[in-house]
Write a protein that binds this ligand. Structure first.
Ligand code: PGA
Length: 266
């Protein structure tokens, strides 16, 4: 696992966006096969999406040959609801870049058969050739996608029940009323994320410090699903200073030394 630490969320977001673009370009240089990108919602990726949009507008990247798979979606929330993840993704990214609409995949939380929808999603990922890079954020309890504590580390796309804490955290988008936050969601599993060729997880702010420390320095455990990243061949966590504050300073020094030795273009 690599850990990249920047002073601010803005700097960390720039790093992430430039890294993603470098990967899209690297694949395009050697093959016509599409780049398959997993994407999250939430506050954390907003700065990264803003920079991806800027880079697209500046002609620095095209998403024409990119296929996307989103991590999750609420169950039972209309797609037209402003807090649906369909609406979020179009508002913050897809409406502003040239990714072909037919290349966008987001779970349908209103599908008549949710289980069949989940199975079809896993098949669609396989049909696309697997995910090249899965971008994600960490929740305060260490969750990646909606894989709450005690999710199987072998889990695949499925319907999940949100913890009370997650509903309270997300209630800021639902009139601060946690009962308005859907109780269930559909989410890619821990194994769906970890079977990607590369995984990039962002965590910003002191609220994420406990989750980051557990996932990076603690053991692999279902009580912090970020920790499953330790089993991924190419896993990177990108933190700002707040989220990194509880890491062992000796480890932070090592992460910086690795970055310096390998050189970072961003
Ligand atoms: P946030 O959520 O980006 O809004 O903090 C992250 C998450 O819960 O996965």
């Amino acid at each position: 696992m690599k850990v990249i630490i920047r002073n601010t969320a803005e700097e960390a977001s720039l790093w992430a966006a430039h890294y993603i673009v470098s990967k899209i370009k690297a694949k395009a240089a050697v093959t016509d096969e599409p780049f398959v990108l997993g994407l999250p919602t939430g506050s954390t990726p907003l700065g990264t999406y803003q920079e991806l949009r800027r880079m697209y507008e500046a002609g620095e990247v095209s998403f024409k040959n990119v296929i996307t798979f989103n991590m999750d979606e609420y169950v039972g929330l209309p797609e037209s609801h402003p807090e649906s993840y369909h609406a979020f993704m179009h508002r913050n990214l897809f409406d502003h870049i040239d990714v072909p609409r037919e290349n966008i995949h987001i779970l349908n939380g209103n599908a008549p058969d949710l289980e069949a929808e989940c199975e079809a999603y896993e098949e669609a990922i396989l049909d696309a050739g697997g995910i090249d890079l899965f971008l994600g954020g960490i929740g305060e309890d260490g969750h990646i996608a909606f894989n709450e504590p005690f999710s199987s580390l072998q889990s695949r796309t499925r319907v999940v029940t949100l913890t009370h804490d997650t509903r309270v955290v997300n209630s800021r988008f639902f009139d601060n009323d946690w009962t308005k936050v859907p109780a269930q969601a559909m989410s890619v599993g821990v194994a769906t994320v970890c079977n990607s060729r590369e995984v990039l997880i962002l965590g910003f702010g002191e609220k994420k410090a406990r989750a980051a420390r557990g996932g990076i320095e603690g053991p692999v455990t279902h009580t912090n699903t970020l920790s499953a990243l330790q089993l991924v061949e190419y896993g990177t966590v990108v933190l700002d200073a707040g989220a990194a504050k509880d890491l062992d300073p000796a480890n932070v020094a090592y992460f910086k030394a690795v970055e310096e030795a390998e050189g970072s273009a961003f």
